[in-house]
Structure formats: C-alpha cells, structure tokens
Design a protein around this ligand. Structure first.
Ligand SMILES: [Zn+2]
Length: 301
C-alpha cells in the first residue's frame, strides 16, 4: 500500500516535471497592439505564448515604454508590430532593436491609403489598415510566415489555423457589407475624433471626417487645430450627419463638445486603435469589428 502511494507520487512528480518543461519550452511572441496579439493567437493557438505590450484601451500613438516592456521583449523569440508609425516614435522598433530581437512589421503588403498632411511635403501612409478585414488577412499571412520561422515543425498546424481564421475574416466582411447596406449612402459619413477609419470607410462606402488628423500624437499634420475643428462642425451640419462617435482609446471630451456645437448626438463608442477589455464584446478583432458595425448602423440607418 505504502509502496504504491510512493510510486504514484513519483509518477506525478515526473509528469509535473515534463509539463513544466513543456511550458518553459514555449516560444514567446511579443506584440505591440491588441489587434496584432489577437491575430497571433489565432495562428499559434496555445503552441506559443503571446504577450502584448499595450493593454486594452491604451493609445499606440502616445505610448511610452516602461522597464517592464524592455524585460518582456528581452525574453521574446519574435516581436510583431503594426508599423507605418502607428507606434509613435517607433517604440516597438526601439524595444526590439535594444534587445536584439527579430521584428516583423505586419502591415507590409497592404495597399496604403495615402494621407495629405498639413505642413508636410509628402503624404504619409495611413497605419490603421486593420479596419478592413481584407487587410487583416494580410497581417495574418505575415504573422503565419513569421511564426513558421521560429517553429518550423508546426507549420501545418499554424497554416490550418490561419486558413480557418481567414475564412472568418471573409465572413466578417460579407456580414459587415450586408449590415451596412441598411445605412442610406447619403448617411455614410463617419465622424470620429482621430482619423483611424479610412480603411473601414473605403471598404464600406463611407466618407470620414476627424478633427484630430491621422494620429493623436504630435506627428506631422496631426493634432486638433481651430480650423480642423471648425471644418468638422461645418461638414456635420452641411451633410446632415445624424450621429458622431467617440473612440475607446482616445479622449472623449472633444467629440462631445463638437456634437453639442453641431447639434448632433454621440452615436456611441467605437473600438479604434485598441480592442476591448478581456470579457467584453470587443475583446477580439472579430468582436470589435462586429460591435463597431452594429453601433454605426444603429445610429446612422
Ligand atoms: Zn490611431
């Protein structure tokens, strides 16, 4: 009896050790934004550990890295970023470079929307490309190629997961188009605080207006000016826009002021540069897009 207990204890210890070894063997992927972390999890499942520098609700344009971020990246096997200056002052590039870690820019291969900026001689590439599910597919393919490099033995498994997720993105696009067909074309004007929705607008036949420009930071041509604010109010009035929207990752005060100045309602809150908290409807990319579409259609139809 005693011997048997001892034996099963030994078996448990061995099993525990091998489980620990497996956990420790997992490759670590560190992502800059919540969307990219979600895409990475869709591809790797539990095979790798995926961590994100930004917490839900944090603004990538304004983010300042911490000592904890540097410690996390120092343990990474692979770093993933959005790119095209979404990460203000190239903070993810700096973290990866300082730690000597490989960095993949997930937006590479997207057809850019070029933005004319005030005071700039050359247009800039709009970095908010994930707002079109088709572009999200480009991110996913780049992530698939990158993770296959660090875990080549699991290529078939990663590819199979990516294929399923790409199907889900195609379904998301078809569903979004169907929902948005309920909004009359003349009402398809999307007013938000910063210019994050150009790819969404391009995909679904909206025009966009945002007083704050393409970044919430002080980059070239970004930031609210008296004239950009006045133009926004005028265009809301001129086009008879029914509702305008606040964003989860951006200060909501300005949009509320503009709404009252222009005499329109705030139609709700949109997920923009960040997904929702864990447990919220917007905690995944598909969830945040679904909730945004429902919020927009509910207010503008
Ligand atoms: Zn942004």
């Amino acid at each position: 009896m005693i011997r048997r207990t001892f034996l099963s204890l030994a078996v448990c210890l061995i099993a525990g050790t091998s489980l620990l070894a497996q956990e420790g063997d997992k490759k670590l992927i560190v992502c800059s934004t919540t969307q990219i972390a979600d895409f990475a999890r869709q591809v790797v499942g539990d095979r790798c550990e995926v961590q994100c520098v930004l917490a839900p609700g944090q603004d990538p344009h304004l983010y300042r890295t911490t000592a904890n971020d540097a410690r996390l990246v120092a343990k990474a096997d692979l770093c993933l970023q959005n790119g095209w200056h979404l990460e203000g002052n190239e903070w993810m590039e700096t973290l990866a470079k300082d730690a000597g870690k490989p960095l993949v820019t997930c937006i590479d291969g997207v057809q850019p929307i070029m933005l004319e900026v005030e005071g700039g001689e050359v247009p800039v590439k709009d970095p908010h490309a994930w707002f079109s599910p088709k572009n999200a597919g480009v991110y996913v393919k780049n992530i698939l190629n990158a993770v296959v490099q660090i875990e080549p033995d699991h290529k078939a498994e990663f590819t199979a997961r990516a294929e399923l997720y790409l199907e889900q993105l195609r379904t998301l696009h078809l569903w979004s188009s169907r929902q948005i067909s309920n909004v009359p074309p003349e009402q398809r004007i999307l007013v938000t605080s910063h210019d994050a929705f150009n790819y969404f607008c391009q995909a679904y036949g909206f025009e966009s207006a945002a007083p704050e420009g393409w970044s919430t930071g002080a980059e070239l041509g970004a930031g609210v000016t008296a004239s950009s604010r006045r133009e926004t109010v005028e265009s809301i009035r001129k086009h008879g826009v029914k509702a305008i929207f606040v964003e989860t990752s951006v200060n909501k005060k300005m949009i509320r002021e503009i709404a009252s100045e222009a005499g329109v309602v705030v139609g709700g809150e949109l997920y923009s540069d960040s997904m929702g908290e864990a447990g919220s409807a917007g905690e995944t990319y598909v969830g945040m897009m679904r909730e945004n579409v429902l919020t927009i259609v509910g207010s503008l139809r």
